[in-house]
Design a protein around this ligand. Sequence first.
Ligand code: FES
Length: 161
Amino acid sequence: MAFALNAEQERQLQSILERYPNKMAACIPTLHLCQEANENWVNEDVIQFVAERLELSSAHVKGVVTFYTLFNQHKPGKHQVWVCRTLSCALRGSDQILAHCEKKLGVRCGETTKDGRVTLRTAECLASCGSAPMMQVDKDYYENLSIEQVDRILDRLMYEG
Ligand code: FES
């Protein structure tokens, strides 16, 4: 089925388009809006929609989607966990945090738990280096992490809401 935005999302798209000097410049925020409207992933229908609305080639839009890791090319779990692995976080134990996440969730990095609740990924610097180690869960940052805190966060994702 072809992708479409609802009325509220169409208003948000208009607001995005008004903020940028041309349609190409609005490609990334438009993709974020559409990804959120499509269960957090960008499929071919979404690419086609964005290409048509922004008067871009679908190849251009696909190039943006495949370049940026925050665009999901497959449907993710209900919750997404990104463990930052860049220098500050690496120096303060992100490897151990990632290994702990993999063990507790029973998945490797890049995979989704069998029940579809959590997708585990790594991220490059999320601009919170002063509070390393950190990870992003959906839209929230969790900083100065200990293994015990990670346990509590994952328990909540796995068993609640
Ligand atoms: S290195 Fe992890 S937030 Fe910058």
